[in-house]
Design a protein around this ligand. Structure first.
Ligand SMILES: O=C([O-])CC(=O)C(=O)O
Ligand SMILES: [Mg+2]
Length: 585
């Protein structure tokens, strides 16, 4: 079933102004542009292809460069969709869409927005994972910035070469932990490109404001290093001081060049992800999507599930498989929410069980990272749970802690076994099971199995998209609990109120706003998360909550008396062609 979200303009407080009209006026205003002829056709942000009008074809020296027919964007999108459908495999579809993105961005977004449910898995998870692995093999055109270590002496020059000048959102990776696929070197660029496509498609951030960056610091992936096609710096990864100084230099240069840009850290390896976030969160407007974005969407989904069941998060007992920075980030966000519901910090921590490859995190364990040390269980509680080797396995946690919620962020496929799930179900009739690892090939268990093992009683959400499951005549929709429900709204909110930091309060606000949009929470039945067709409205609601939290936390530089919902509507870019007027060339 589907729920109709009221448009953000109706649901949010404030005067009833005609946001849509204001936006249409902006679109109607002509753009004065300094390009003509083939250069204009090759400028992807401005190209309209066959939609250039007769007057524009004359004014911009395009006569004879285009077919006779003058088309609307909708007609162009229809043709592009037919071509898209003619490809039988997802990689070819991905290459095809990326090509449209590189030649006509407005058309690309119109097409994607028209078919968001079908195309999101092609431009984003899971197909983007394969596109990262094969990045050099399928390479066509330059996009974004590749800042390589050998070029470290000219970082400012590199940033000056960006084709976009007014950059407001940057997604940056060093390609070391791409989804669950490990080190892909510069192939990691596929991820910032895909994430930023969603910033535009789902969050209405103009593509002119977005910039993907990959830090080319080498790769330790032997397949990439030995591949004659590999296009990155053919070198082992730099590390330690060398790495930190390089990242510092790049981020300082970014801050000088675009002081107002939001920086999203993406798919850094565990050893760097949390330290980078700690180093920059009070210096830059930034967040780490894998730690904080995943945490926000997971807490939002859990809040929705609890609301539907008439309980609170503080009443749940949680188990994690995967105690890396993403898992621990989610755990801390869950604990913060439980504390806000009235638990003491230590009571909340007792409810959260982190299991990694060495078993349950317990007091006194060797080699724990600082963020893991806060998430151990005390030995008095767990000593009777131990197996023969002194470690406590996931199965033993299921047996003894009797969790109601199981979250997988391990990147290790198949570890939610039948025995694990059935043990959980034995103790709790309606288990909540979120195998979140991406892409599809890394999922801890497939939804169909989990539902079969629990006779349809589990509430399942995954990180990658899965089709609904049919079981004994019933159809179960599978929510995609992916940070893509969160980061576009955060970006929109940050831009709408000119925030200069991303605070914990803003992230918590994004979770709560998402939970408010859940069909299951609203109606007590249906999908846990809203359908993708509603993602733009969801992003606006999240943006509103995020901007309000930014104001409360004193990090918004919004001019007084500006209506926030207007600011969000006005910020929201839609793929429409604008009229062009010629300026002097
Ligand atoms: O990209 C995605 O689908 C979610 C994500 O951030 C990750 O798995 O690293
Ligand atoms: Mg990621």
């Amino acid at each position: 079933m589907s729920v109709t979200l009221r448009p953000v303009a109706d649901t949010l407080r404030g005067s009833k102004t005609t946001n849509k009209n204001m936006l249409m006026e902006d679109i109607k205003r002509p753009l004065y542009i300094p390009y003509a002829g083939p250069v204009l056709l090759e400028t992807s942000l401005l190209n309209k292809g066959s939609a250039f009008s007769e007057e524009e074809r004359v004014a911009f020296n395009l006569a004879g460069l285009l077919p006779e027919a003058i088309e609307t964007i909708e007609e162009q999108a229809e043709r592009a969709y037919l071509q898209f459908q003619s490809f039988s495999n997802d990689m070819d579809k991905h290459i095809y869409l990326r090509n449209i993105q590189d030649t006509n961005e407005t058309l690309f977004y119109r097409l994607v927005n028209n078919h968001i449910t079908e195309m999101m898995p092609i431009i984003y998870t899971p197909t983007v994972g394969q596109a990262c692995e094969q990045f050099s093999n399928i390479y066509r055109r330059a996009r974004g910035l590749m800042v390589s270590y050998p070029n470290r002496h000219r970082i400012d020059d590199i940033l000056n070469n960006a084709t976009r000048h007014n950059v407001r959102v940057i997604v940056i990776t060093d390609g070391e932990r791409i989804l669950g696929l490990g080190d892909q070197g510069i192939g990691g660029m596929g991820i910032p490109i895909g994430k930023l496509s969603l910033y535009t498609s789902c969050g209405g951030i103009s593509p002119a404001y977005t910039l993907p960056i990959v830090l080319d610091v080498g790769t330790d992936n032997p397949q990439r290093l030995n591949d004659p096609m590999y296009m990155g710096w053919r070198n082992k990864r730099i590390s330690g001081d060398e790495y930190n100084e390089f990242v510092d230099d790049v981020l300082s240069a970014v801050q000088r060049r675009w002081p107002n840009a939001l920086v999203q850290f993406e798919d850094f390896a565990q050893k760097n992800a949390m330290p980078l976030l700690e180093r920059y969160k009070d210096r830059l407007c930034c967040f780490n999507d894998d730690i904080q974005g995943t945490a926000a969407v997971t807490v939002g989904s859990l809040l929705a599930a609890c609301k539907a069941a008439g309980t609170q998060l503080k009443e749940q007992t949680i188990a994690f498989l995967g105690a890396g920075s993403a898992g621990c980030g989610i755990a801390e966000a869950i604990i913060a929410q439980m504390v806000s519901e009235g638990l003491e910090d230590h009571q909340a921590r007792e409810k959260v069980h982190m299991v990694d490859r060495w078993g349950l995190l317990q007091d006194g364990m060797q080699n724990l990272l600082p963020f893991q040390q806060k998430l151990t269980q005390c030995l008095e509680k767990t000593q009777s749970w131990c197996g023969d080797n002194g470690a406590v396995s996931l199965l033993e946690v299921m047996e003894h802690a009797k969790p109601t919620v199981l979250i997988g962020v391990s990147g290790a496929p198949g570890l939610f076994t039948e025995e694990v799930i059935k043990t959980m179900h034995k103790h709790y009739p309606r288990p909540i099971v979120f195998p979140l690892s991406n892409p599809t090939s890394r999922v801890e268990a497939i939804p169909e199995d989990i539902l079969r093992w629990t006779r349809g009683q589990a509430l399942v959400a995954t990180g990658s998209p899965f089709n609904p499951v049919e079981l004994e005549g019933e159809v179960f929709p599978i929510a995609q609990c992916n940070n893509s429900y969160i980061f576009p709204g955060i970006g929109l909110g940050v831009l709408a109120c000119n925030a200069d930091r991303v605070t914990d309060g803003m992230l918590m606000a994004s979770s709560r706003a998402l939970a408010e949009c859940s069909p299951l929470a609203i109606d007590g039945e249906g999908a846990l998360l809203p359908p993708l067709e509603q993602i733009q409205e969801v992003s606006k609601q999240i943006a509103f909550a995020v901007a309000r939290a930014a104001m409360t936390d004193g990090v918004a530089k919004m001019i007084k008396n500006v209506d926030l919902k207007d600011a969000i509507e006005r910020q929201f870019w839609q793929p429409e062609y604008r009229d062009y007027k010629r300026t002097s060339f």
